[in-house]
Design a protein around this ligand. Structure first.
Ligand code: ASP
Length: 339
């Protein structure tokens, strides 16, 4: 029996321990399918899922489309440059077009924070039976990325069986451009929600002090935090210091397209201070898995050698894990049909 209660997935601040458990359990099952010989499940046969990416994407979009196809759904995708947006159509009218065609889940990415939430509110007011799944909005949230990171980490610590409990009490360091990262903002809810402590690491210009209070209270408009006791968030300016106490590390891309001013004056210096290399990892007493949501700036956030070292760098595994996680999310929204 599913306890799923969310009609839309906009961010993870409203996710309970049960929600994480349910998503990971389903993803575990979907991940095992290819080995079992079943290439597709009939679960969403004849249902329409649309991916509306108003901002560029490689991994997220293809992964959602593949996930939908593996559940036998019909998939419609849209790209802004070849759409009626170029003729002045608004995102709302674009969305209504796909709703009128019968789409039941819309995966939406937009460069402005809040667009998926506003669209969800509008569609609810109009009593439309359609779910919005946020594929990344501005600096706000990227829930499916944070859930696939959670799946990758819990698989790693759970030796191939992912449960939220395997993260309890672990310390995860997130290093880099936290300020401009919607991934970090979503990771903070999911990691602390599963009881992990998070060290945020980066220079002042990319990591303001108040991030330490990020998960202290739910965002405005949300009544309460469904998690009783979250892991702690601390800030550490030195990567070498953070590495002493960490069990896993998530590196983030320098998001130059979102920087209104030149916040990093010297990329070599940044790599020297915050870039991850084999040499820096030698100081760790244990093996630390390295994650990165991609796209990676080689030689800046991660050295090329490290990026290609599959023994510790889990970037390719993250991409593979994106499919069962997105299958789980599409399944929960479309098959449980909450309206
Ligand atoms: N792909 C992730 C995102 O869309 C991370 C990044 O772009 O750096 O937010």
């Amino acid at each position: 029996m599913s306890n799923w209660k969310h009609k839309h997935i906009i961010d993870l601040s409203s996710f309970s321990a049960e929600d994480y458990k349910e998503v990971l359990q389903l993803a575990n099952r979907f991940k095992k399918l290819p080995q079992a010989g079943a290439r597709k499940l009939p679960a969403l046969q004849g249902r329409l899922i649309a991916t509306l990416f108003f901002e560029p994407s490689t991994r997220t979009r293809s992964s959602f489309e593949l996930a939908a196809k593996k559940l036998s759904a019909d998939v419609q995708s849209f790209s802004p440059s070849s759409s009626s947006l170029t003729k002045g159509e608004t995102p709302l009218d674009t969305v209504m077009t796909y709703v009128s065609m019968g789409a039941e889940v819309l995966v939406i990415r937009h460069s402005s924070a809040g667009v998926p939430a506003q669209l969800a509110k509008y569609l609810d007011q109009k009593n439309k039976k359609v779910s919005i799944l946020n594929g990344g909005d501005g600096l706000h949230s990227h829930p499916s990325q944070a859930l696939l990171d959670l799946f990758t980490l819990t698989n790693y610590f759970g030796n191939g069986q992912s449960t939220p409990g395997s993260l309890y009490g672990k310390t995860i360091t997130i290093v880099g451009d936290i300020l401009h990262s919607r991934v970090a903002r979503s990771n903070l809810w999911s990691l602390t929600g599963c009881g992990a402590n998070v060290i945020l690491c980066g220079p002042q210009s990319l990591l303001p002090e108040d991030f330490a209070k990020f998960a202290d209270k739910p965002p405005s408009g949300q009544k309460e935090d469904p998690i009783k006791r979250r892991g702690q968030i601390t800030i550490c300016r030195s990567l070498m210091e953070a590495l002493k106490n960490t069990d896993a590390l998530i590196a983030l891309r320098l998001q130059k397209e979102r920087m209104s001013e030149n916040l990093i004056s010297n990329l070599d210096l940044y790599h020297h201070e915050y870039g991850i290399t084999h040499q820096k990892l030698e100081s760790c007493t244990k093996k630390i898995p390295i994650l990165h949501p991609g796209p990676v700036n080689r030689g800046i956030e991660l050295s090329s050698e490290l990026l290609e070292d599959n023994a510790i760098c889990l970037v390719n595994e993250q991409v593979s894990n994106g499919i069962p996680i997105r299958m789980a999310l599409l399944y929960l929204l479309a098959a449980t049909n909450i309206n």
